[in-house]
Design a protein around this ligand. Structure first.
Ligand SMILES: [Cu+2]
Length: 119
């Protein structure tokens, strides 16, 4: 009887492990960052105001291509200002710890690049 119970337990364990590795990543910051490609060119930015879903504690990586250097303003709490150079660079937005909508803006262009829906 005991042996059967033990076998059942390890079977459940295996199933749980398999399910875990599938899709649901924990929101503990150990998940991969969300990557967003951002292009600055001729005074405009792409994307513009696009909504992107992010989990609490998950980092966002902005892969920037720019024709001029500039600064990105992240309306998180506290706010973050991130500078980028002309050419290609990667900026990381971290510490998205509170649920809500966080605007990511270029004040140079006065445009909203993305809105992060942190949940
Ligand atoms: Cu701003």
């Amino acid at each position: 009887m005991r042996r059967i119970l033990a076998t059942t337990a390890s079977l459940i364990c295996l199933l749980a492990l398999a399910a875990c590795g599938d899709e649901d990543t924990p929101a503990s910051g150990s998940s991969d960052p969300v990557t967003i490609e951002v292009t600055f060119s001729d005074g405009t930015v792409t994307p513009q105001g696009e909504r992107v879903e992010v989990e609490t504690g998950q980092d966002v990586e902005l892969q920037i291509t720019a024709d001029e250097p500039g600064e990105i303003h992240v309306h998180s709490t506290p706010e973050q200002e991130l500078e980028y150079a002309a050419g290609e660079s990667t900026l990381t937005i971290a510490n998205l710890d509170a649920p809500g909508v966080v605007d990511v803006e270029s004040h140079t262009l006065d445009q909203v690049i993305v809105q992060l829906e942190v949940s």
